[in-house]
Write a protein that binds this ligand. Structure first.
Ligand code: NZQ
Ligand code: ZN
Length: 380
């Protein structure tokens, strides 16, 4: 096992009817920016619950955060924060709203000239941030309990991430009933994103961490079991509750302690969203099987272990096939042709990007520009 330090400061408040708890989680003297997305919270009753809980506090609202939140929109929110001297960000929505909240929190305190530098330097230059609280309405990203944020810039078709210990939410309210209104497509996306988060921290090589392996495998087994139930019965509370908690544990940094990590699927996937506008999870389902095939020799021991323990199959190849079959069973395509995108064009574009930035990813840092190209060409 590798050395590690572990600290997750986010207080999780979980369960039915828990939104009211934010009343006691935000100090009375704080002035709040209430951040949300395109309006789903107004239709499903979450907005009204949050408003009721915020009674008595100074609150400014900022809606309209997009899926794959835009830098340009975040800057408008930063201007509101500064103008109105707000000092607490309450993000209410899916991963996009939470990620936007984290970026706004960091940008509001940023001493440098150009806040885009936070993303270009992946957060290494973040020295402080306003406190962020969250009410999560979409289980998927794990953003409710980690220090990551991913922001897109439309002008340059870029999508970059940053990490900072300063932007872990101070609290996150997870009420599974808020997810009942999710369209099936978003549930499917959340299942796949959660699945791939586990795999980025697991599907590498044996590193003498049997507990982390079994934690990861149990998250996947749980996901495979609940996926058909929660897709078919959106209001099955127990299935939604299990899904929500599984998604949080998949990326709250616990299962990644002391183990090698890959993340090349995510890094290639972010480029595909930037260039083609595919949903985050859609990109992952295309790329991950390609990464596994490309790195077959290095990953086959772990693939076989996963196959045995999760799918009851004997070989690494069967484990890959089972994974794609699972994605298809929940309605998630795994090929470029499903989106009428030319794999050759996508491969060329991503290769050029990685080359320009001199990027290399994966547990062996060998997913370079040319490797990414080969992986994408195999996913036509
Ligand atoms: O904008 P509204 O109207 O709220 O609608 C949203 C949006 O259209 C809707 N939605 C959310 N909750 C709902 C709901 N509709 C009905 N009922 C509800 N309860 O769902 C749509 C998608 O929302 P979004 O927040 O974009 O989805 P998700 O949570 O999948 O977040 C995706 C973003 O997170 C980033 C991705 O790259 C992408 O930008 N990621 C963040 C990570 C992190 N912070 O750790 C890690 C991930 O790997 C990922 O990269
Ligand atoms: Zn993800």
């Amino acid at each position: 096992m590798q050395n590690f330090s572990y600290k997750n400061p986010t207080e999780i408040v979980f369960g039915k009817g828990t939104i009211g708890a934010i009343k006691n989680l935000i100090p009375r003297e704080r002035s709040v920016l209430f951040l949300y997305g395109g309006g789903s919270i107004k239709k499903n009753g979450v907005y009204a619950q949050v408003r009721a809980a915020l009674k008595g506090l100074k609150v400014s609202e900022c809606g309209g955060i997009e899926a794959n939140p835009l830098y340009e929109t975040c800057l408008r929110a930063v201007a509101i924060v500064k103008k109105e001297k707000l000092d607490f960000i309450l993000a209410v929505g899916g991963g996009s709203v939470l990620d936007a909240g984290k970026f706004i929190a960091a940008a509001a305190c940023f001493k440098g000239k150009d806040p885009w530098e936070i993303l270009r330097q992946h957060g290494s230059n973040v020295e402080a941030a306003l406190p962020v609280g969250a009410v999560l309405t979409l289980p998927a990203t794990g953003s409710e309990s980690n220090g990551n944020s991913v922001i897109s810039r439309s002008a340059t078709q870029e999508k970059l991430h940053f990490f900072s210990k300063h932007v872990f939410p101070v609290f996150s309210v997870l009420d599974p009933e808020t997810t009942y209104s999710l369209p099936a497509k978003q549930v499917r996306n959340g299942i796949v994103d959660t699945f791939v988060h586990v795999m980025e921290q697991y599907m590498t090589y044996n590193s003498g961490a049997p507990l982390q392996d079994r934690l990861a495998e149990s998250l996947i087994q749980t996901l495979v079991e609940l996926a058909p139930v929660t897709l078919k019965e959106p209001e099955d509370y127990e299935a939604r509750a299990t899904f929500m908690w599984t998604a949080t544990l998949a990326l709250n940094t616990l299962i990644g302690c002391g183990v090698p990590q890959d993340w090349s699927t995510h890094m290639i996937g972010h480029e595909l969203t930037a260039f083609y506008g595919l949903d985050h999870a859609e990109t992952l389902a295309i790329v991950m099987p390609g990464v596994w095939q490309y790195k077959f020799a290095a990953k086959k021991e772990k693939l076989a272990q996963y196959g045995r323990r999760v799918w009851n199959v004997k070989t690494a190849r069967e484990a890959i096939a089972k994974t794609e079959k699972f994605f298809h069973a929940i309605g998630m395509p795994t090929r470029f042709s499903d989106y009428k995108i030319a794999a050759s064009e996508a491969a060329e574009k991503v290769c050029q990007r990685f080359h320009d930035r001199d990027d290399a990813f994966g547990e062996h840092q060998d997913i370079t520009a040319s490797a990414a190209k080969k992986i994408l060409l195999s996913r036509a």
